[in-house]
Ligand binder design. Sequence first.
Ligand SMILES: N[C@@H](CCC(=O)N[C@@H](CS)C(=O)NCC(=O)O)C(=O)O
Length: 88
Amino acid sequence: MAVKLHRCSAQWVRFGGHPCWRVEKALIDQGIAYERVPGPALPWQHKQRTRLHELTGAYLYPAIEREDGTVYREQSAEMARTIRAGNL
Ligand SMILES: N[C@@H](CCC(=O)N[C@@H](CS)C(=O)NCC(=O)O)C(=O)O
């Protein structure tokens, strides 16, 4: 079992300030099993993030779908803090 990380498809962007990478790195560092669910990255494609919108009511990545089906989305810095604190 693994959580699902709904994130943009710009997976090659790996610097601390990138919201999706910030959260993905926190999952990696904490050893949390996750499955990437990548979606459109480009600004004009946002409305195509239909699954993300269903889950969160918004079009901004990242979001985490827990194994129990609940969804977690906050500012990415806060999400990373929560993950690193072991409170996901
Ligand atoms: N301040 C937000 C920014 C989130 C954000 O900009 N996410 C990007 C993907 S990495 C996105 O969805 N951008 C689309 C947009 O800005 O409309 C956070 O840190 O969570």
